[in-house]
Design a protein around this ligand. Sequence first.
Ligand code: GLA
Length: 616
Amino acid sequence: MVMKKINFCMALAIPLAGAQASFADIVESTPSGVDPRVEYRDCPKCDKRIRVDLAAGKAYVNLSRLEGAKREDVAARAARLLDAAKIPPTSDPKIRPLMGWSSWNTFGCEISEDVILETARAMATNGLKAAGYTYVNIDDGFFWGHGDDGILRFNPNRFPNGMKPVVDGIHAVGLKAGIYSDAGADTCGSMWKDAKGNYDKGGKGGGLYGHDAADCKLHFVDLGFDFIKVDYCGGSRLRLDERRRYTEISEAIKATGRTDVRLNLCRWAFPGAWAADIAESWRTTGDIRANWNSLKGIVKENLYLSPYAKPGAYNDMDMLEVGHLKGHVKTAFGKGDEGFTADEETLHFGTWCILSSPLLVGCDVRTIPGQTMDLITNPYLLAMSQNDLGLQAYVAQRVGKDGYVLVKDAVERFGKSRYVALLNLSDESLEFTVESSTLDLGGEVEVFDLVERADPGSFNDRFTLSLRPHSARFFRFDAEKRLERTVYEAETAFLSEYQELRDARQSGTAFPSEFAGASGDVAVACIGNRETNDLIWKNVKIDRGGKRTLVFRCMAPDAWHFFVQVDGGEKVRVDAPATDGKFVDVPLEVELSEGVHAIRVSNGSAWAPDIDRMTL
Ligand code: GLA
C-alpha cells in the first residue's frame, strides 16, 4: 500500500524553475521554544516544506506545506538540517577522501611557478580552502630529468626558482602541496604527445625508478611536499610488477619519517585490494575528459567497487572536470572536451561525493564560474564525502540499463539516515520507483534534497520520480526505522582477488559481470578454483539472532558446489545443480547471532557457480 503523507512523487516531478519560487515573507514570528534560526513562512506555490538558506543562516518552514505534520516538529527538523551543513571535524584527516586541486586537466604540462602560486592564492581566498579543498597538486610537466649526481632537476623555464618557493608559497596560505612522479624511469608526458603534438622531454628519466630514496627525501623532507601521485607510463614500459613496485615506493615514503604524506596510485584500472594497504587512493580508469561519454564511462566503471573502499583508502575516479560548462571550456586538450550541461556537472560532482572519490578540482580556479563554485562548496554534498565512515555507495537498484539507485549510510553504520543518489545515465527521461525497503529503510522517511537544500516532505513505502536524461538527484533520507538488509547482491561483496590489471577470465580472478537474468543484470563469475579467490559479504547485520535460511542464486553448467563459512568458522558444502543457463535458488540453513557477520563463499579446488545474490 502506498501511504504518502505528502505527494513526494508529484512534488519532486515539478520542474525546478517553478520550484525555486522563494518563500514569501515571515507570516508568524518564531515562537519561543523554536530554534531562532527557523522562520515560519508561507508559500502555497512552493513544492518544499523546508528550505535552507545557508548564507542567511536560516531555515524556512513553509506553513502551506505541513501536510498534517505539527509545525514544531517540522521546525525541529529544519534546525537539524541547518546543523547538518556543518562538516564534523575528523580525528585524522588522512581517513577522508582527499580534497584539493590538480594542474593536469586545465594546464597539461604547461605549468609554472606563477600558475601554481596564483592558484593557491585564489583557493585561499575564494571559498575553496574554507570548504575544505586543501591540496594544491602539481601534476606532470615540472621535470628536467635526473642530474649526474642522481638528484631530480626541475624544468628551469617553468620553475626558474626551483620548487622550494612554490611549496613554501602554498604552505604560506595554509594549504598543502602535492607532487607527481612515475613508478618507472620516464613520465607519461615524455611518452605521449600533448595537444600541440609535443613531448615533454624533461620527463625522460624523471621518474622514481632507481631514485626512490633520493626523490622521496627531496620531495618530503627537503621541499616539504605532502602528497604524491605516482603514474605508471614508465612502469608499463619497463614491464614492472605493480604490486611490488608500488610497495617499494610506499616503503621509501615511510623511510623519510613522514607519516602524513598521502600516496595516490595511478595505474588506470582497479589494481587489487592490496592497494588499500599502501595508498590512500588509486585510480580506477583511464583519463577523464570534459565530455559526457567520458564521465558516463568512468561512473559505470566505479559502480561495483564499493567493497574496496574503507576509511583512508578510496577508489579514485580521476580529477574533477567541473567548471567546464558548455561554451566555457578551457582544458589542456581542447578537441573532444565539449563540456557539460548544468545537469551533467551536478551529476559529476555529486557522484564523486557519494562514491567517495578524491575531490580534486581540475579547472582554472582563478576564473571558476559562480555556479560551479556553488555546487562544489555545497556542504550537504560534501558531507557525503567528508565523513569518517569511509563508505562508497553501492547499487541498490537498477532502472533500465542506465538508471541506478545508489545508497550508503550517512551518520553511523546501520543507522536510520542514508544518502541516496538516483542517476540517469541514459539519453532518455527515466522514471524511478523505489521502495524504501530496497534502501533498508522503513516507516516514514523524511527527504532532504542536497542540491536544492530543501525538504520536499516525507513518504512511506515508496516514491516515484522522473529524471531528465544525463541528470541525477542526491538526497539524505532520515527514516523512522532501519530495516535488516535482506538482499546481498554478489557485486556488492568483497572479492579477495578482484583486479583489473589483467584479463580476469584468463587470470581466473572473480569479477562482477553483466548477466541476463541476474538481479540488477549483474552477477559474479569465476569464483573459486583457489582458496583465496573467494567472495565475502563482510557486513551482514542481523538484528535478531536465530536460525536463518540463506538463499544463494547461482548458475553453473554442471553440478558444481561451493563452501559457505560464517565468521571464519566451519565450512559448509552447498551443492548446486546444473542450471541450464538460468539462475536457480539454493538454500542453506545457518545459525546467526545478533550482530555483524562475514559470510564467505569459496571453493579451494574447483570453480564455484556464478553467484547473483544471497537473500536472507
Ligand atoms: C596520465 C595520468 C593523468 C596525468 C598524465 C600526465 O595520463 O593518468 O592523470 O597525470 O598522465 O602526463
